[in-house]
Design a protein around this ligand. Structure first.
Ligand SMILES: C[S@@+](CC[C@H](N)C(=O)[O-])C[C@H]1O[C@@H](n2cnc3c(N)ncnc32)[C@H](O)[C@@H]1O
Length: 237
C-alpha cells in the first residue's frame, strides 16, 4: 500500500508543471535545433475510440485490457464483454503499475491497448508481457507512436502533450520474426502488433532500437514505423 502511495506521488511530481519546465530548458539546450516538425496531421484521421471499438466488433473480441487509463476517456467508451483497466494513479479497474499487474496476472485478453508510461524500456516490457497474455488471434495496440517533433518525444517528459519514445519499442518489435508490426496513421500513431510471422522484418544492422536518436526517426519514420492507413489495417487484421 505504501509503495503504491509513493509511486502515485512520484508520477504526479514528474508530470507537475515545475518539473516539466526544468526538463524543457534542459532539452531546449541540448537538442538539434535544425529538426522541426514532421507535420503529421491526425485531425482528419480515425480516433482511437473508433479504431479500438471497430476492431473489437470486426473480430468479435470478448476481453479488453487497457494499460494506462487516466480519466477513462477511452476506457469508458469501449464496449466489450470483459474490460480490465490498469493505472497506478487514476481510472480503470486495477490500481497498479503495469509491471505489478502482469507479475501476478492469470487472465488472457483479445485486445490489449498499451498507453501507460511512454518510455521505451517500459513500453517494451508492456509489449512483451502483453504477448504472454494475448489470446490466439488477438491484437496489441500501442498509443502515441508518431511524435511530430523533438519535444513531444523527449525523455524525460518536458511538456503536457507527450508521446515519449514509444516509437523505439515499435522499431524494436519490427525486428522480431514472430510478430507482425505496423503503425496506423491515426490518433497520434497507433502501433499494431499481431502474433503471426512478420511480413515485413525491419533490418537495421548493429542498431539497438534504444540507441536510436530522434534524428533517425525524423528522417526515416516511414520505413522504421511501417506506417499504414486505417483502411489498410482493417484489410490485414
Ligand atoms: C496518456 S494517459 C492514458 C490515457 C488513456 N489511455 C486514454 O486513451 O484516454 C497515461 C496513463 O498512464 C499511467 N501510467 C503511468 N505509469 C504507468 C505504469 N507504469 N503502468 C500503468 N500505467 C501507468 C498514468 O497514470 C496515466 O494515467
Amino acid at each position: 500500500m505504501i509503495i503504491n502511495f509513493i509511486i502515485k506521488k512520484l508520477i504526479r511530481l514528474k508530470n507537475s508543471s515545475k518539473v516539466l519546465k526544468i526538463f524543457y530548458y534542459y532539452h531546449n539546450f541540448i537538442h538539434d535545433k535544425k529538426l522541426g516538425s514532421l507535420g503529421l496531421d491526425f485531425t482528419k484521421k480515425k480516433t482511437r475510440f473508433d479504431l479500438v471499438q471497430n476492431i473489437i466488433e470486426i473480430k468479435n473480441y470478448k476481453k479488453y485490457l487497457e494499460i494506462g487509463c487516466e480519466h477513462d476517456e477511452l476506457f469508458k467508451h469501449i464496449n466489450c464483454e470483459k474490460k480490465v483497466g490498469v493505472d497506478p494513479v487514476s481510472g480503470g479497474t486495477v490500481r497498479k503499475t503495469s509491471d505489478q499487474f502482469f507479475s501476478n496476472n492469470t487472465d488472457f485478453f483479445d485486445c490489449i491497448f498499451i498507453d501507460g508510461l511512454h518510455e521505451y524500456k517500459q513500453v517494451k516490457r508492456d509489449i512483451l508481457n502483453s504477448l504472454k497474455f494475448l489470446n490466439k488471434g488477438g491484437i496489441i495496440l500501442v498509443h502515441d507512436c508518431l511524435p511530430n517533433d523533438y519535444f513531444e518525444q523527449a525523455v524525460p517528459r518536458c511538456q503536457w502533450t507527450w508521446k515519449g519514445d514509444v516509437w523505439k519499442a515499435i522499431v524494436d518489435s519490427r525486428k522480431s520474426k514472430e510478430i507482425d508490426v505496423y503503425t496506423c496513421y491515426a490518433d497520434h500513431g497507433i502501433g499494431v502488433i499481431i502474433k503471426r510471422p512478420n511480413r515485413n522484418i525491419l533490418e537495421i544492422p548493429n542498431k539497438d532500437a534504444g540507441s536510436l536518436k530522434f534524428e533517425d526517426y525524423f528522417h526515416n519514420h516511414k520505413n522504421l514505423m511501417n506506417i499504414i492507413e486505417y483502411e489498410n489495417l482493417i484489410e490485414i487484421i
